[in-house]
Design a protein around this ligand. Structure first.
Ligand SMILES: Cc1ncc(COP(=O)(O)OP(=O)(O)O)c(N)n1
Ligand code: TZP
Ligand code: MG
Length: 219
């Protein structure tokens, strides 16, 4: 019998780790990251140091990049295409107040991964997708203590995006083991998580295992 053309299945939703916004003990964090990445699947790690000097960011990339590489996990730097390029990160994440997507692409080159914050706006996401973003990020979906957020998104935006656009979407903001499955089921290609992993009561490795379980069950 002739095979019918198949609509390719959407790949399962994956974990995208966001580092704490300060790393006072880089060595201790390196150990934690190694344990977390050894515990299960993770697509990317975003280094998100909000008050660090350029030298501190360089030191953090130098220490953490080999760990990510050993686990085949992309290292994305937040906010700074210039430093991302200079330190050999795989990509950069830019918000609406940061460098433009066009500038980030010019600095980082065609092969780099560039993600753009789109809050709760399909319009911003469409602009980013048309401008060549590798992913668009929606949020915040749930209350978070990691950042003072102004914009709040509903899971329905993930569903509409998934049904209409090819560019992968990331869900961020207060994502936990308890609510990640719902975001995956709604259409998130990735869930971006900080406190839900680094402040998990059983530790980061247990958190990564638990996220992997709920994400595979939901996808
Ligand atoms: C994956 C992802 N999504 C959104 C953000 C937020 O970026 P931005 O709005 O620029 O805010 P800061 O993180 O820079 O405080 C992100 N970092 N990562
Ligand atoms: C950076 C960022 N952008 C929107 S919410 C957020 C914080 C994500 O951290 P957490 O997973 O701890 O809520
Ligand atoms: Mg930013």
């Amino acid at each position: 019998m002739a095979r019918q053309p198949q609509i390719p299945a959407r790949p399962p939703c994956r974990l995208y780790l966001i580092t704490p916004s300060a790393l006072p003990d880089l060595e201790a964090f390196a150990v934690q990251l190694e344990a977390a990445l050894s515990a299960g699947d993770c697509a990317a790690v975003q280094l998100r140091l909000k008050e660090a000097s350029d030298d501190e960011i360089r030191a953090a990339v130098a220490r953490l990049r080999p760990i990510c590489q050993a686990h085949d996990v992309a290292l994305i730097l937040n906010d700074r295409p210039d430093l991302a390029r200079a330190t050999g990160c795989d990509g950069v994440h830019v918000g609406q107040e940061d460098a433009s997507l066009a500038d980030a692409r010019r600095i980082m080159g065609e092969d780099a991964m560039i993600g753009v914050t789109c809050h709760d706006s399909r319009h911003l996401a469409m602009e980013a997708a048309e401008g060549g973003a590798d992913y668009v990020a929606f949020g915040a979906f749930y209350p978070t203590q990691t950042k003072d957020v102004v914009h709040h998104a509903e899971p329905g935006i993930l569903t509409i995006w998934q049904e209409t656009m090819e560019t992968p979407c990331v869900a961020i903001g207060g994502v936990t083991v308890e609510n990640a499955g719902g975001l995956a089921a709604a259409g998130a290609d990735f869930v971006a998580v900080s406190a839900g992993v680094w402040r998990h009561p059983d530790g980061a490795a247990a958190a990564v295992r638990a996220f992997n379980e709920v994400l595979s069950a939901a996808s």
